[in-house]
Design a protein around this ligand. Structure first.
Ligand SMILES: *Cc1c(COP(=O)(O)O)cnc(C)c1O
Length: 301
């Protein structure tokens, strides 16, 4: 599947002589969008090949991966089980738009305490889940594994060869690893992390052994799912001036980070940047509930 590149016109780009296009992977599907479609593609083929009937995966309360797995499971005829971080959600998940959406697509939600959730890669914990639910095809948290990286290698196409910089939001790093693998040697892949911490680089190296990439050190908003007024206003203004919706956890921070680099001269004149819109727009509904509670402006729909 090939998605379109949309050119962005903004005074800040013109002034600095930088060209920015956005690859609209968010347009693949409203829920199974962006990189989550790419990451699931070969895993679903593998699950079918192994004749699995059930997909089991892990995620938090806003997880785009949980929403995508529930939706794709329904479309492709799998049962789905979501192991969700946070026991306290057990009694109030109906108020969480992402979990409600997952459940409405038939996903069975299994809530576990945070301490327990940390064991998600532990064999013993997986064995216990198998005892409880029977055999399943396991998708790791965030959906990243070798087959997911393979799917993400299909985001870039030959038509993207003229870009100098490929920029992406980073969670587990699986998407970035796929982009690195399919990038040209003259291209630089820039990652903008949605999480705090340095652990990512090791993970990316595991999947991609090239060196034309960097996870930028800036952290404008203080970590995963952290938002403030500035970010919300940025997302709303960007949509008004370009027509492109961004999500508050990944792509909003990505585009904010790119424009900040342009402003500071870290991305120089005549650079052609391609930013990958990895989707995640379903997360806006959940975030707006949080913003409402904090008396902050909401993200426009
Ligand atoms: C999951 C997600 C990411 C992070 O992808 P990784 O492969 O885990 O790095 C980025 N953007 C969006 C919108 C996502 O949903």
């Amino acid at each position: 599947m090939k998605t379109r590149n949309q050119e962005v016109r903004l005074p800040i780009l013109e002034k600095n002589g930088v060209a920015l296009s956005i690859k609209r992977e968010d347009e693949i599907h409203p829920i199974i969008s962006g990189n989550k479609y790419r990451k699931l593609k070969y895993n679903l083929l593998q699950a079918k090949r192994l004749q699995h009937k059930t997909l089991l995966t892990f995620g938090g309360a806003f997880s785009n991966h949980i929403a995508a797995t529930a939706c794709v499971g329904k479309e492709e005829g799998f049962n789905t089980i979501g192991v969700i971080r946070g026991e306290e959600l057990e009694n109030k998940w109906q108020q969480n738009p992402t979990l409600k959406l997952a459940a409405s697509h038939g996903m069975h939600l299994h809530f576990v305490p945070r301490e327990r959730y940390r064991d998600k890669e532990n064999e013993h914990f997986i064995a216990l889940l198998e005892e409880k639910f029977g055999l399943f095809y396991l998708l790791p948290e965030g959906g990243t594994n070798t087959l997911a990286v393979q799917g993400c290698e299909e985001i870039l196409t030959d038509a993207d060869a003229h870009f100098d910089v490929i920029a992406t939001a980073v969670g587990t790093g699986g998407t970035m690893a796929g982009l690195i693998k399919s990038s040209r040697t003259h291209q630089q892949v820039l990652g903008f992390s949605a999480l705090k911490g340095d652990f990512l680089k090791e993970d990316i190296r595991k999947f991609a052994n090239k060196s034309n990439w960097e996870v930028v050190p800036e952290d404008h908003f203080g970590g995963y799912a952290k938002v403030n007024r500035e970010l919300v206003e940025f997302i709303n203004n960007f949509k008004k001036s370009t027509g492109i919706p961004l999500d508050p956890i990944y792509t909003g921070k990505l585009v904010f980070g790119i424009l900040d680099r342009v402003k500071k001269g870290k991305i120089t004149a005549n650079t052609r940047v391609l930013a990958v819109h990895t989707g995640g727009l379903q997360g806006i509904f959940g975030m707006n509930r949080v913003l409402e509670k904090k008396n902050l402006p909401l993200i426009d729909l």
